[in-house]
Design a protein around this ligand. Structure first.
Ligand SMILES: C[S@@+](CC[C@H](N)C(=O)[O-])C[C@H]1O[C@@H](n2cnc3c(N)ncnc32)[C@H](O)[C@@H]1O
Length: 221
């Protein structure tokens, strides 16, 4: 699939599924304590910074609003105009925009934190390094990234396609993602990989990776 084709498939898929998604996850914030622990830690790390936080691939916006309630200047961004419309309707106190997380209309270093929950799964694997480079560009030195995604904890070394109901999707070996984040210039703060029993729908592991852009700009490794 070419770039435009995969983006169109994801956008149209989420546009069509938006109402159903909302019915399933109405105002849903994560219920699992481990998931919330990572969001809480991310919020604690970021809260001191005066810069805003961007929730990329925010969907219907409930987690963006959760970040706002945790005291962050949180905004949401999503490829799907329908998702953005739902988010605006349900969370009028939060700013949401339509756009591609691979090309965000913000200057370098504009963000104190960046959250991506189950949004990189729809990016063709060969394009994920460019997305991580964009996340690195957007964060100010010392800024924090929380990346959550469906993970493959088996023997696979490369991302595996899975039968996502809305759009083509991949689950990723955790070490492959951490390697790409390091190559993009991030440093690891913490990682959590949840057990498959905690995913009642598909029985997948989830990776929750807390990384940071080094305080001294440009440091890699
Ligand atoms: C599985 S949903 C997750 C929604 C939300 N983050 C959550 O945790 O409930 C994935 C979302 O990522 C969005 N998305 C996928 N690719 C994107 C891209 N390149 N730029 C912005 N949003 C994207 C989709 O439109 C969809 O709303």
């Amino acid at each position: 699939m070419g770039e435009l084709e995969h983006m169109r498939a994801t956008r149209d898929g989420y546009d069509s599924a938006a109402a159903q998604y909302l019915a399933l996850f109405r105002n849903a914030v994560p219920e699992h304590p481990l998931d919330n622990a990572m969001i809480g830690a991310f919020a604690d790390f970021v809260r001191g910074a005066s810069l805003p936080v961007l929730d990329v691939g925010c969907g219907p916006g409930a987690v963006t609003d959760q970040l706002r309630r945790l005291g962050l200047r949180a905004r949401g961004l999503d490829l799907s105009p329908e998702m953005v419309a739902l988010a605006r309707e349900h969370f009028p106190d939060v700013e949401f925009a339509q756009g591609d997380m691979a090309a965000v209309d913000l200057p370098d270093g504009a963000l104190g934190g960046l959250l991506s929950r189950s949004s990189i799964i729809h990016t063709p694997p060969e394009e994920v390094p460019a997305v991580f480079a964009e996340f690195h560009r957007l964060l100010a030195p010392g800024g924090h990234l929380l990346l959550t995604f469906q993970a493959d904890a088996g023997a696979a070394r490369v991302p595996q396609p899975f039968d996502h109901a809305v759009a083509p999707a991949y689950r990723w070996p955790v070490d492959r993602v951490t390697g790409l984040l390091r190559e993009a210039g991030f440093h690891e703060t913490a990682r959590l990989v949840s057990a498959p029993e905690l995913d009642p729908v598909r029985g997948f592991h989830y990776g929750h990776l807390l990384f940071r852009k080094p305080a001294e700009a440009g440091g890699a490794g």
